[in-house]
Design a protein around this ligand. Sequence first.
Ligand code: MN
Length: 486
Amino acid sequence: MPSVDKLNFAIRKMGLDVNLDEVKRAYEFAAAAHKGQKRMSGDDFIVHPLETAVNLCEMKVDQASIIAGLLHDVVEDTDIPLSELEKQFGHEVAFLVDSLSKLKKVRYYGSPNYIENLRKMFVAMAHDIRVILIKFADRLHNMQTLDYMPREEQQRIARETLEIYAPIANRLRLGRIKGRLQDWSFRYLYPEEFRFLNNLSMRTYYLRDTNLAQTKANIEKLLTGEKIHVVSLHDRVKFLYSTYKKMLEHDMDITQIYDLIALRIVVPSISDCYSALGIIHRKYKPLKGRIKDYIAQPKPNGYQSLHTTVFGENGDIVEIQLRTPEMHEEAEYGIAAHWHFKERGIREYWDKRLSWVKELAHLIKNMENTQQFESMKIDLFQNRIFVFTPRGDVIDLPENSTPVDFAYHIHTDVGNHCIKCKVNEKPAGLDIRLQNGDVVEIFTDKKRAAPNIDWLKFVQTSLAKSRIKEHHKKKMSDWEENLAKK
Ligand code: MN
């Protein structure tokens, strides 16, 4: 028998600030509404919303999201109208359920309305990020019960998850959710490779178990002996799909994958991270060229940690990741790590770091054909760089972006009137490729009437391209209109 206890347990485990009586009331409401309905697996339907809500806890969401997760299929699949939900659970929950119901019938992969459907999703996301988080939780449970679907559906859903949901989860830095979505897709899209890697990864893990435990114990003793407080120390096995992708680059040779097992060591401060690195290297010999300082140079998605690979006990190769508690939260839960910092303002964080979602929603809105969609897809899946304004604001751009892309990102007028720029305080060409961490200053001239049409040869973002084209189109039609009047 399904029971709300499982959800209560997940809520407590994640330490979420949620009223359990309200959750119970929503659960009972959903159970009554779906009474008699079954899943393909033969389970009572309520298992699905319940598991969706449990998955949501891992993203550290708020109470409204958990309740909306429990109720997410009610309006679509039962006779209960939205107005009743609003009366019972308030406007916020009703809004979330409504957004999800609208997205529910939406198919992305293989649908002729692909673009329109993606647009709907991004518009909903730009409006309220919680919609996509509930969607992830819903999709995750659907992936977990995919065995009961016909083979063709399995393939379609798995591909959609791998190509659309996982990259979005990655952009939102939901590392664990991304890994789980990818691994479930991997199981259905490449079943043989999945089984092979699953066995290999488990075997490697168990073979190394004793040495690993020894390495862990020794490192903990070593650091504590040097007065470094170890907040936590645990190992993680790499997700299978990302292991598979790495192996493809190394002729499927597992011995080339050094981070199959990693030790994550959380210490109180950044200086502790660097001290711990030195202490560990004194005892365990590091592999050449494997020390990576993602604290000084974060990855494009913002990931921070110190990485090194060492020969541990009995010569077993093990990767070590050193980080502060904040970096750890951020790496595991991404945007979700910021949920409970209400006072810092999720809005502010969202507006600054994730403006690309709004940009995309806007672009897709104005899209008519698949060719345009292709350029949007590139924007979404390409690696990103972070560059700065002279005031220190972070601007998130695709790799290979130029100062002109940067200028249009700031404002259309800045783009249209830009005449020259400085990168890291030195004059630079408007067509150079910006690097992660560059500080870019744009100079404009109001007298400059139009953007240079030649910029189209080097700009990277769809935003800059469409603004330049738009401008020239308008000029062209004005000119034609004037001609017609004469
Ligand atoms: Mn559902």
